[in-house]
Design a protein around this ligand. Structure first.
Ligand code: 5AD
Length: 374
């Protein structure tokens, strides 16, 4: 009697799960998206499994590597959330030497990474922009033009972005951080212009870069409605690549004062997974990164992001001695990991996610090519 009750229970459970799996997700309005983001438990699981299906159908189970070089933590901006903000006097500032940068790029090339990302705080002075241009040309040379190069170097003017493009950069990441202008203003000092950031994103598109943006999830003052609008913003702007992850506090930043108002780690984590899932459903052919912040919030975060939605991951190739100075938020991972270990760890996590690393592949955003055809 007991056995048949139990099996009946399991049967009903399976039926219930199948009905959730078959559920279609109508995600056109911001109300529908808010409802999806608020899902918890088996309902959230069903959303995430559906996103996984969409991901497998549209971009497959391949994961592309971008070797991340955190080139410099010098920054002329003072964003209220960021550990390396110009206004933090406790940061030991660095810029990686040309030789070391090229060595990291060579590691990526020789290990079949396909692409690298050069990321740094924002600087706009001529000496710096020329230095980047020279680096791009050198990287192109050592990789015989085969490494895909992504830049993540903040807001720049048209002529700089054009020169960098001509020197070999193909993709550019410029997160909007929060697409609502009022929320944006709460996260940045008054001299940071939301409008200028939007214009820069448009400029990147105009210059034919593959354009990446993104937001932080679980920020102080942020609402579910804000997050739904963020996703609609990506869609409306026809973005090719998204990097978004949880906001994580840092004691030497102004936003730390609001740490008691934040969602719990568990809540921020589930919300981040739901955001990734909805994004994949809304924009099936874009590239989505499994961010370091996901892995810093929760040990299995990067793996789970790949399982349900992401198809890009960025092994950290920053020369060892600089890593702890690129401290964007507390508990940031990959600080004590060698390049070789990072490669092994990422291979294992991608495998656990049921996916496969595509070595020697650029892994360009399908969306970028699809939007050219329209
Ligand atoms: N928590 C999470 N992400 C952060 N970033 C900066 N500070 C934080 C933080 N405290 C992200 C921003 C930036 C990227 C380089 O790192 O979104 O664009």
């Amino acid at each position: 009697m007991k056995t048949s009750c139990l099996s009946l229970f399991h049967f009903v459970k399976i039926l219930y799960f199948c009905s959730l799996m078959k559920e279609t997700f109508n995600l056109q309005t911001s109300e529908q998206i808010v409802a999806a983001l608020q899902r918890r438990g088996p309902q959230a699981k069903a959303l995430q499994e559906y996103a996984r299906e969409i991901k497998l159908q549209s971009v497959g189970n391949q994961v592309y590597l971008r070797g991340l070089i955190e080139y410099s933590n010098c920054c002329s901006k003072s964003c209220y959330y960021c550990g390396i903000r110009g206004g933090n006097p406790q940061v030991h500032r660095y810029t990686v030497s040309t030789e070391e940068t090229l060595e990291a790029a060579r590691f990526a090339y020789e290990n079949g990474f396909g692409s690298i990302v050069l990321q740094a705080g924002e600087r706009n002075d001529k000496a710096y922009t020329q230095q980047i241009e020279k680096l791009l040309l050198d990287i192109d040379k050592i990789s015989k033009g085969e490494l895909g190069i992504t830049l993540s170097l903040g807001e720049q003017n048209r002529s700089t972005l054009l020169r960098w493009k001509q020197a070999g950069a193909k993709r550019y990441l410029l997160r909007i951080e929060a697409s609502d202008p009022t929320l944006y203003a709460k996260l940045h000092p008054a001299d940071h212009s939301y409008q200028k950031r939007l214009e820069c994103i448009d400029l990147l598109k105009d210059l034919n870069y593959q354009v990446g943006t993104g937001v932080m999830i679980g920020l102080p003052f942020q609402t579910y409605e804000n997050l739904a609008q963020d996703l609609l913003f990506f869609q409306k702007r026809d973005i090719d690549m998204i990097g978004m992850g949880p906001y994580i506090e840092h004691a030497q930043t102004p936003l730390y004062a609001y740490k008691d108002q934040l969602l719990s780690i568990e809540e921020r984590y589930i919300l981040s997974l739901n955001m990734l899932a909805v994004l994949r459903i809304l924009m099936p052919d874009i590239n989505i990164a499994s961010t370091t912040a996901m892995g810093s919030l929760k040990k299995e975060g990067r793996e789970e992001a790949i399982r349900i939605a992401a198809n890009v991951i960025m092994p950290n190739l920053t020369p060892f001695s600089y890593r702890e100075d690129y401290f964007l938020y507390q508990d940031k991972i990959c600080i004590n990991e060698s390049n070789a270990d990072s490669k092994i760890n990422i291979e294992a996590l991608v495998q656990r996610a049921g996916c496969k690393i595509a070595y020697h592949a650029h892994g360009d955003s399908h969306h970028f090519f699809n939007r050219q055809k329209r």
